[in-house]
Design a protein around this ligand. Sequence first.
Ligand code: SF4
Ligand code: SF4
Length: 416
Amino acid sequence: MRLMDIKDNTMNEYVVNWTLNEICNFNCAYCFNKKKDLKSKFKFSEKILSKKIYKNILNLKETAKVLLIGGEPFLHEDIIKICKVLTKKFHVTIATNLSIEKKIQEFVNCIDPASIDRLNISCHIEEREKRKEVYDLIRNIDLLRKKGFNFILNYVLYPSLMNRFIDDYAFFNSYGIKIQPKFVRGNFDDKFYPYAYDHEIKNKFLIIEKNEFSNSMPINARGLQCHINSNKIKIDNGVIRKCSYDKFQNNFSNAHNKFKFDSDPVICKNKLCNCTARFKFADFKEVHYYLYEGLFLYVYGDLKGSKEYFCKVLTCDNKFSPAYNNLGVIEYDLGNFKEANKFFYDAMSIHQNNSLYVKNYVLSLLKLEETEKAKNFCVEFLKSRKNERIFDLSEKISRKENFDLRPEISIEFNPE
Ligand code: SF4
Ligand code: SF4
């Protein structure tokens, strides 16, 4: 099982995740992590900070894996020096677009491939085509291969790329390069990915092995105990964070202080965790593993497998409402609106105030052409509380608007 494997393999693994810079020569449509100005003033502070940071990393007692990310890390003028220093003690992974030729040449000539865990290369196919650099990528990958560097080539499954994904997969395969699909995570066009991929698109995933997908599922872990503190340090612009997603626990320290891992778990306060699961939850139960696997299989397009895992959740805990909701979503997707309606009702009976369940229930009523009942249900719900989600839905129903809303999957690991 996916998350259990991750947990077992990484129980004692320390990770330092260092954002080396924020500048990038690419301009990918889905990027959330770059500053366009290549002469950005960060450059100066990056240089000063880098020295301090890598000294602090070297002083760590534990042997950590160091992950260098950006922007584009190969645009950092000291990247080779930093790699030379860090690889003396640590295994280093670099996330890169592999486009800065001069630096890559220098890197393959100076750095021992055995000291680099992996290069996580991103394909960014549209951007590369715009720059006429697709074959440059293949050439640079060949360079790494000849020297024996370990690498993967990620392909972000951005909704607009879905129609060409299979052709791109075949193209790179013909050069002996396997692209690793990566789900989009987050809101695009008012849809929450990866759960919003439609089924036609998901069917395309099914030709790819499940274990070739490279990323973890976004979950809502609020209220759970997370051990991120005990094995992860994230460094952004000299600020030390333990968790990139938790606004409440950020800014833990700064790069001038000694780095250390803590032993006590934190209680997650964040509604959305996109962490790559290189940490362990102190209070993860069997239901959580089953829910996680069900979510992955749903996104991957394996509805049958997903259904089995959501049912397994209920055999462990028949009051775990997200499983009922998610079974409802699958039935709805399959066109079985009566069954869907029943599952949403079951979820709602456990957590009456959960507006996601209410919305899904109302949507299933509409499919069953019980419009009056759907309308009244919203009105009754809104009488006792304010809720934007249900208010919007109710307005749409009243205006008899034509809307294309699909029920949503629940990602709550600590449902309420
Ligand atoms: S290569 Fe990476 S950092 Fe640069 S624009 Fe694309 S996604 Fe952003
Ligand atoms: S958001 Fe994720 S990584 Fe951060 S504290 Fe919560 S569970 Fe842990």
